[in-house]
Design a binder for this molecule. Structure first.
Ligand SMILES: C=C(O[C@@H]1C=C(C(=O)O)C=C[C@H]1O)C(=O)O
Length: 190
């Protein structure tokens, strides 16, 4: 069974980051796209007590073809797909989609299976074995989002996103994060 993504109408297209290559990144987005530490921590610092994870889905489903490729899995292999909005109170600041293979859940990542509204970053960044690889970027056109979501978040321009593989011990997972206009507005006017 493939469950419809609550975020995307079509899969984002990713481009690897290559040294010396220009990605035409707006100045406000750069520090978020290249953030090395936990986004959860950075968003908490910005938003304080009102930071929360709104869970849109976490279930077994087929990954997108390019996600399966990035994880080295056959496309029909089911994975856990988690999609969330990271919010300050009612305001979504970041949309995120994580793809977790069964082997990762069985190994070091078993805590990931029952995350609920606990931020994924809390578990990942606590693990001393954590390694991040394969940074890729995207600039999503409004039509790639689900129409209802694009309307409710007023997504009229391109939304910048990043994706990387997080490795914890033998298992890895793919995390994609999209930085919404409300994030930059909050930074300008905390
Ligand atoms: C990867 C991190 O975790 C964040 C929390 C997520 C979640 O709870 O699903 C998803 C992606 C991240 O933005 C992080 O803090 O950097």
């Amino acid at each position: 069974m493939t469950t419809r993504s609550p975020l995307f109408a079509r899969p984002p297209v990713w481009r690897p980051v290559r040294p010396g290559q220009s990605h035409h990144i707006p100045p406000g987005a750069e520090s978020w796209l290249f953030e090395q530490g936990s986004l959860t921590l950075r968003l908490r610092a910005l938003c304080g007590e009102k930071f929360r994870v709104r869970l849109l889905r976490q279930n077994w489903a087929q990954p997108y073809a390019d996600e399966a490729r990035a994880l080295g899995l056959p496309q029909l292999r089911r994975v856990v797909v988690r999609e969330v909005l990271l919010q300050c109170g009612d305001r979504p600041l970041v949309a995120a989609r994580s793809v977790i293979p069964a082997d990762t859940l069985r190994g070091a990542g078993h805590a990931l299976a029952r995350l609920g509204t606990r931020p994924l970053g809390e578990i990942l960044f606590r693990d001393p074995r954590l390694e991040r690889t394969h940074l890729e970027l995207t600039a999503l056109e409004p039509r790639l989002w689900r129409r209802e979501l694009a309307a409710s978040l007023n997504l009229t321009g391109k939304i910048r996103g990043r994706r990387s593989c997080y490795r914890i011990g033998p298992g890895c997972l793919l995390v994609a994060e999209f930085f919404l206009p409300a994030l930059f507005a909050l930074e300008q006017n905390p």
